[in-house]
Structure formats: structure tokens, C-alpha cells
Ligand binder design. Structure first.
Ligand SMILES: [Zn+2]
Length: 176
């Protein structure tokens, strides 16, 4: 009985602490209002945190928050089963390579990287396979540039021959 109470207490404590952190992080420093919208977001501290420019929905003043990812480390499981810490710059670099000489602005790729990182952070899983990340990158690239998408997919899925490559290409064209 005592242990049950203890667990319940800890759960409440954790939720309370997380809520507090979340609130103090996002609260407008000028008027204390809790809701704001993000006007700009970019990686900072070599990708260890995200710097967000926010605008208070009440007084409309702008302020900056740094959202650190370190508190919830994410582990990536590679194909050979080895594990390493999630590194957002690898995701971004992969997309930059696929978009070489394509009319896709870097800011757009950074935004997509943010979205992928956010999706991963929001899931309760702390371990994620390179496969899952690759699929997400493909989904995102598909929406911005089809050539980049096919390039990435061809490297990522390691098409064994021209036929598999063509069938993927045809699938893409058929979706239009
Ligand atoms: Zn405000």
C-alpha cells in the first residue's frame, strides 16, 4: 500500500515538475502570459538546443527561449545493432546532400530537421532505429523536392538494380 502511494506521489511530482518547467520556459517575461507563438526557430549550441523566437499572444512582445534536448537523450539503433546518441546534424547533412544543386533553401531543410526531431522527441520511445529516421526524412523530402527525394531514397533503400529504382520512381509518379 505504501509503495503504491509512493509511486502515485512520484508520478504526480514528475508531472508537476514537468508542467512547471514547461510553464516557466514559455511564459512571457513581460506580462507572464502563458501562450506564445513561434516566429523563428533554429539550432543553437551546435545542435544541442533549439533557439526559438516567440511572440506573446497577449502583449505581442517578442522573447527568446532555448529548448534543450539534453534532458531527454535519444538513442539511435543502427542496422548492425550498435547504438549512438541522436545527432540532428546527421539528419540535416543527409538532406543537404540530397538537395545538392536543387532549389531548396537551407532554412527549409532546417525547419524539416526541427520537425523530425520534434516528432522523435514527442514519441515516448527513447530509442529509435535509423530506419524510422530515414523514412521520416523521405516523407519530408517528398514534399519539398522530388529529385532530392529519389536521390535520398536510392541511397537509403540501397536499390539493388535499375528495376527497383524505376519501380520506386514510377510509384512516385503514380501518386501525382
Ligand atoms: Zn506578454
Amino acid at each position: 500500500m505504501r509503495s503504491t502511494n509512493f509511486v502515485i506521489h512520484m508520478v504526480y511530482y514528475t508531472i508537476y515538475t514537468l508542467t512547471e518547467l514547461e510553464d516557466s520556459k514559455m511564459k512571457c517575461p513581460y506580462c507572464g502570459y502563458k501562450e506564445s507563438r513561434v516566429v523563428d526557430s533554429r539550432p543553437a549550441d551546435e545542435g544541442n538546443s533549439i533557439r526559438r523566437r516567440r511572440e506573446c499572444l497577449s502583449c505581442e512582445k517578442r522573447f527568446t527561449t532555448y529548448e534543450t534536448m539534453e534532458s531527454l537523450p535519444m538513442v539511435v539503433i543502427k542496422k548492425d545493432g550498435s547504438r549512438q546518441t541522436f545527432d540532428r546534424s546527421k539528419v540535416l547533412n543527409g538532406m543537404i546532400r540530397a538537395c545538392e544543386k536543387r532549389p531548396v533553401p537551407l532554412a527549409e531543410l532546417e525547419r524539416l530537421t526541427d520537425e523530425i526531431e520534434q516528432t522523435l522527441q514527442n514519441s515516448l520511445e527513447r530509442e529509435v532505429s535509423t530506419e524510422t529516421i530515414g523514412e521520416q526524412v523521405m516523407e519530408k523530402l517528398k514534399t519539398v523536392d522530388e529529385v532530392a527525394y529519389v536521390r535520398f531514397a536510392s541511397v537509403y533503400r540501397q536499390f539493388k538494380d535499375i528495376n527497383t529504382f524505376m519501380s520506386e520512381l514510377n510509384k512516385l509518379l503514380a501518386e501525382k
